[in-house]
Structure formats: structure tokens, C-alpha cells
Design a protein around this ligand. Structure first.
Ligand SMILES: *Cc1c(COP(=O)(O)O)cnc(C)c1O
Length: 397
């Protein structure tokens, strides 16, 4: 067999950590290695209510006894209910459901193009996007993200995306041409390194969009659904987009995405122009409705803000005391990042050895994405692990 490559049965596109989990409970995961882990990864901001949340488990069990799939050929009351609730709690007038973040952005990009085409301006099809952005792994969303590591080898980059530097309004204005249709941006850049845009910048984007007749698309796949302490991150900048992509936390672990839009932005999306087989099925809709039940309950989002301040405060203290290991705390709410001086991957490994699961991000950042339900105990435990890793590093150096 020497010299013959044998591909594993799982396409090897992930470099997996040699660890699996048999049980999850709230913010904790119980590993195949017999250890308990504090989950500050949340499946990359997906299990926003932790593992095995009783209300979500009950909703999924009840839905499992009813038809799982019907197709959008028919009315799906759970879908209508979720759309009504998302509309009632956002800028949006209408919602389209699909199964992932990338798919949601595909819908959003198509919607922006169609808006102009339906007004006789099909030449307006280009989107301005931001360097370091992540919008997914489909052909269009890797072009939108513009990151070479995701584009390489996949043929000509899908046309229609122009990237500008993070936070640079002059560069963005200068990139607008008669072909520009819209601007797409993560209010808080997640995988790019947990970089929050200022409220001023987001408000300026709204003005620029209005001035040039462009649509503003917010990618809240990661920063939406309570993660920053408001149901949607845009609320904190006091600015509304025309189109918004949601996914990750929306299903609390069940795959679901939603593309929300104002009536005006969605005006080109008529019967037959877009669709999905699986999107909006009763299982996904029931679970997402259950997620909303929890997130919209009085006090839930206040708790997210309060506990995130506690975490931020502790992180700031640890960073100040360990400048040889960490050099910056970033983010908003419970979407936080620790920029490292030493390699972030190694920090992540050592945190895991201390029982804390995290996710790496660009710019040498370790992302902390706990469930929104964590309490003081979990924060104390996480801070202890983060501090212990720093102390050990300094001692060993
Ligand atoms: C994860 C993510 C996506 C892509 O979501 P998938 O479900 O993996 O397709 C898009 N945008 C942002 C901001 C994300 O964090």
C-alpha cells in the first residue's frame, strides 16, 4: 500500500480534533475521553441556548410526531408563525426560510440584484463587500468574502463583488459605480477576527446606500439572534438594513436560515423566481419558534448583556495582566474575541486541555461564543482556564 493515498470515507476537508461527545447539558459537553468541557464554541455560535434545552427538546419531539416535510407547495403554519414573529421584532416585512447561512446570503444577493432588475436597471448587479468578511462557502459567497484561501482552485471567481477595507468609508464611497447594486456587511465580523463595526460607520453606510440608491444587506448569521445582547446587532447602531441574513443561532442547533427584507427590497421576488425544497420545513420551523420563545421572554436579552459585561470585564483584566500572551479583547455581547500574541491555535489547544472549548478566528484571535444562557459560574470557570493558560505560558517561557 506504500505510496498509495487512501482517502478516508469522510471527505477530508476538515482537520478534526480527536474528540467526540456523548452528552450535552446546557453549557457543558461530556467527551468520549471521560472529561467534561465548558462549551464556549457552541458549534460556532449555533447552540445559542446550550445543549438539550428542555423547551427545544420538547418542541422537536412534538414536531417529530407530525409530518416532517411537506414542501412549499402547501401552507406550513409553523413557517407563517415564525415569519410573523421575525417581522414583528425586526425592520423586516417579509422572510424566506432556507437551511444555512450561505444559502440565506445567496437569497439576499439575488434579491438585491432582482430589486434593480425589476426596476429596469439590470446593469446594477454588483455588491460591495468588506475585506476579511465571511459569508459562506458557495461559489457566490466565497466571491463575496473574497478570501484567497477559500477561492483558490475553484475556477473563475463569481463576478459581481468588489471589496473594500474594513471600516474605511472613503474607500467604500470611491468603489461605487453605476453597476453597484448594494453593500453587504457583517455588523460584527465573526470569523475575520471578531471585529465590531462602529455604530457611526454602520449609520454612514445607511446614508451612502440611500444617497446612491443601493440596498444595504446585513449578514447577521453569526452576530444576530441575541448574540450581541439585542435580538439583532443592527439595533445597537440604531440603523436598519434593507435585507438581513440569519442562520446559526436561529435554530439552536437545527439547520435553518432566514432572509429577512423590507417590502421595497423584496419587490422583485415574485412567485417562481426563487425557491427551496427543504427550507422552512415544519421541524426546523418548530425548533426556531421555540428558540424565539426563549429569546423573547422578558429579561433574556438583558441577561445576555449583563453576563457579557462580566465576561468582558474579566477578560480585560486577564489581558492587562498577561501582555506576553494576550493583547486585546474584542467584540460585542457574547461574540467576543481574545487577540493573542502567541499562536491562537496553540492557545485554543491549551484552553481545551483546561476544559474550555473555543474557536479560532482570523487575525490571531480566539473566539469565545458561549451559549447565551451561561451564568456566573460558567464565566468564572472560563476566566480561570484563560488565566491558567496564560500563567503556564509565561512560566514555561
Ligand atoms: C457561518 C457564517 C456564514 C455561513 O453559514 P453556513 O451555515 O456555514 O453556510 C455566513 N456568514 C457569517 C457571518 C457566518 O458566520
Amino acid at each position: 500500500m506504500e505510496g498509495i493515498a487512501v482517502i478516508p470515507s469522510l471527505l477530508p476537508v476538515f482537520s478534526r480534533i480527536n474528540l467526540s461527545f456523548e452528552k450535552g447539558e446546557g453549557a457543558y459537553l461530556f467527551g468520549s475521553d471521560g472529561r467534561r468541557y465548558l462549551d464556549f464554541a457552541s458549534g460556532i455560535a449555533v447552540t445559542a441556548l446550550g445543549h438539550a434545552h428542555p423547551h427545544l427538546v420538547a418542541a422537536l419531539k412534538a414536531a417529530a410526531e407530525k409530518p416532517w416535510h411537506l414542501s412549499n407547495l402547501y401552507e406550513i403554519p409553523e413557517q407563517k408563525q415564525l415569519a410573523d414573529r421575525l417581522v414583528a421584532h425586526s425592520f423586516a416585512d417579509t422572510a424566506f426560510f432556507c437551511n444555512s447561512g450561505a444559502e440565506t446570503l445567496e437569497c439576499g444577493i439575488k434579491m438585491v440584484r432582482k430589486y434593480h432588475a425589476a426596476r429596469g436597471q439590470a446593469q446594477k448587479y454588483r455588491m460591495i463587500s468588506i475585506q476579511g468578511a465571511f459569508h459562506g462557502r458557495t461559489l457566490a459567497t466565497i466571491a463575496a468574502g473574497g478570501q484567497e484561501k477559500y477561492l483558490a482552485g475553484f475556477g473563475p471567481k463569481v463576478d459581481g463583488f468588489d471589496q473594500v477595507a474594513f471600516g474605511n468609508l472613503n474607500e467604500l464611497r470611491a468603489a461605487i459605480t453605476p453597476e453597484t447594486a448594494g453593500i453587504m456587511i457583517e455588523p460584527v465580523q465573526g470569523e475575520g477576527g471578531v471585529r465590531a463595526n462602529s455604530a457611526d460607520y454602520l449609520r454612514a453606510l445607511r446614508q451612502v446606500a440611500d444617497e446612491f440608491g443601493l440596498l444595504l444587506l446585513f449578514d447577521e448569521v453569526q452576530c444576530g439572534m441575541g448574540r450581541t445582547g439585542t435580538l439583532f446587532a443592527y439595533e445597537q447602531a440604531d440603523v436598519a438594513p434593507d435585507v438581513m441574513a440569519l442562520a446559526k443561532g436561529l435554530g439552536g442547533g437545527f439547520p435553518v436560515g432566514a432572509c429577512l427584507a423590507s417590502e421595497r427590497a423584496a419587490s422583485g421576488m415574485t412567485a417562481g423566481v426563487h425557491g427551496t425544497t427543504f427550507g422552512g420545513n415544519p421541524l426546523a420551523m418548530s425548533v426556531a419558534n421555540a428558540v424565539l420563545d426563549v429569546m423573547l421572554a422578558p429579561g433574556f436579552l438583558d441577561h445576555v448583556t449583563a453576563i457579557s459585561e462580566k465576561l468582558r470585564h474579566g477578560l480585560t483584566r486577564i489581558v492587562a495582566a498577561n501582555p506576553a500572551v494576550y493583547d486585546e479583547v474584542r467584540g460585542q455581547g457574547l461574540l467576543s474575541g481574545l487577540r493573542c500574541v502567541v499562536p491562537n491555535g496553540e492557545v485554543q489547544t491549551r484552553l481545551r486541555e483546561h476544559g474550555l472549548l473555543t474557536v479560532a478566528a482570523g487575525d490571531n484571535v480566539v473566539r469565545l461564543l458561549p451559549p447565551l444562557t451561561i451564568g456566573d459560574q460558567e464565566v468564572t470557570e472560563a476566566l480561570a482556564a484563560i488565566e491558567a493558560v496564560a500563567s503556564a505560558w509565561v512560566a514555561q517561557a
